[in-house]
Design a protein around this ligand. Structure first.
Ligand code: KIV
Ligand code: ZN
Length: 424
């Protein structure tokens, strides 16, 4: 199956090649965050949420400042319909979206669920790769073009905005992809999403696809192009960033990167990259980054798993330092080993984790936080005892340190600063 980027065949509908516009008012540098935690995210094992939980998440996402909230797939179940309807009624701020196949029944059901939204969007998806057309939908390319045109035109009269996604874009014949995108724009789509449905693309493939669309489809620069990536090769976030460099101005992502199979692009990682690497991505967002950790924790409590400890930005260890050299550096100046400040994302503080790689600076700092200010000789004794303990235990907790100090207080009169009171 050829990946995109092959030369366009003569079949391509559009011939005009447009230069890449500069990042100007015509080509604004505002990135729209489209959150699909409640749709693509919820569609994965262990991630289902009750209607009440979805509403809570939707409020959290609105506070976070996301631009578009995909609340579900209205026709897929009564539960999804009810969640979209409730969120449309109660949540203000983001545009509320429902997914729909390119079918009248789906589109009318989505419009019905979105009736009370402040601003509504129907997100129509239709497979475009030959593999999907032949084996899944069993329709020809011509039929797919007709469905795309009819469904977008229908949705255009029912809601405020229409987004069109040629599913499996990254394995679609480039000429046909240009054709179906062009048909959708002509029918009234204001957002065109190019999903890497199966997580197959590399960053340069994915960026190339966006450039190809912008260079070959008339009107492509009058709509918002959107990236939607899956993490099967661990490239979802890198692919989304590559798409932004190539002109995408909407990114579809989920909190904690939950989603089908290996997940979707993690919203917090894209946001962190745009924030930390503003030199490379001079983009604006509406995100209130300080709410990020809270939303991540809220989701983790609702579904059956938390982000892995080493997950970027929101994992338990994302700002934890155990190695002594790193701890010493971070105590002197956090920038030595931290490229971003945890509090920017609402994460309480950087955490020095005490373990066998820690040094006496970190031990001293933690003991002071616990109320024990030891003299240099006492700190030496405590540090020796600490390293012996750390050799035996994988993690050292505050209670271990308190016990250690108490033990030495009894046997070696270690403590100087009213520790007995503290210990009691
Ligand atoms: O991955 C995908 O292709 C999707 C579409 C419905 C946009 O989730
Ligand atoms: Zn998806």
């Amino acid at each position: 199956m050829p990946l995109i980027l092959a030369n366009l065949s003569s079949e391509v509908l559009v011939t005009q090649v447009m230069p890449m516009p500069p990042d100007s008012a015509h080509f604004p540098s505002r990135i729209h965050f489209f959150d699909t935690t409640l749709r693509d995210g919820e569609q994965s094992p262990g991630c289902s949420m009750s209607q009440h939980e979805k509403l809570q998440m939707a409020h959290g996402l609105a506070d976070l400042g996301i631009d578009i909230l995909e609340a579900g797939f209205a026709i897929s179940s009564e539960g999804d319909f009810a969640a979209i309807e409730t969120i449309s009624r109660e949540v203000r701020g983001p545009v509320i979206a429902s997914l729909a196949r390119a079918r009248r029944g789906d589109i009318e059901r989505a419009a019905e669920a979105l009736k009370r939204a402040g601003r509504s969007r129907i997100h129509i998806f239709l497979a475009s790769s030959d593999l999907h057309l032949e084996y899944k939908l069993k329709i020809s390319r011509e039929e797919a073009l007709a469905h795309a045109a009819e469904s977008v035109a229908l949705a255009r009269n029912l809601v405020d905005e229409v987004e069109f996604s040629p599913e499996d874009s990254t394995r679609t014949d480039p000429a046909f992809l240009c054709k179906i995108v062009s048909v959708a724009i002509e029918a009234g789509a204001s957002v065109v999403n190019l999903p890497d449905t199966v997580g197959y693309a590399t960053p340069s493939d994915y960026a190339g696809m966006f450039r190809m669309i912008r260079e070959n489809v008339p009107g492509a620069d009058s709509v918002i192009l959107s990236a939607h990536t899956h993490d099967d090769l661990g490239l979802a976030v890198a692919n989304s960033l590559a798409a932004i460099e190539a002109g995408a101005r909407q990114v579809e992502c989920t909190i904690n990167g939950i989603g089908e199979r290996a997940g979707n692009a993690a919203l917090e990682e894209i946001a962190a990259a745009l924030h930390v690497r503003g030199d490379r991505y001079p983009m604006e967002t509406r995100l209130n980054l300080g709410k990020m950790y809270g939303v991540s924790q809220l989701l983790a409590k609702m579904i059956s798993f938390a982000p892995s400890p080493n997950k970027a930005v929101v994992g338990d260890n994302a700002f934890a330092h155990e190695a002594g050299i790193h701890q010493h550096g971070v105590l002197s100046n956090p920038l030595t080993y931290e490229i971003m400040t945890p509090s920017v994302f609402g994460i309480p503080a950087n955490r020095l984790v005490l373990g066998k790689h820690s040094g006496r600076h970190a031990l001293r700092s933690r003991l002071i936080e616990l109320g024990y200010n030891l003299s240099a000789p006492d700190l030496d004794i405590a540090y020796r005892a600490f390293t012996e303990l750390a050799d035996r235990k994988k993690a050292i907790y505050d209670q271990d340190l308190i016990n250690l100090v108490a033990h030495h207080q009894r046997h070696e009169d270690l403590i100087h600063d009213e520790p007995a009171e503290k210990l009691h």
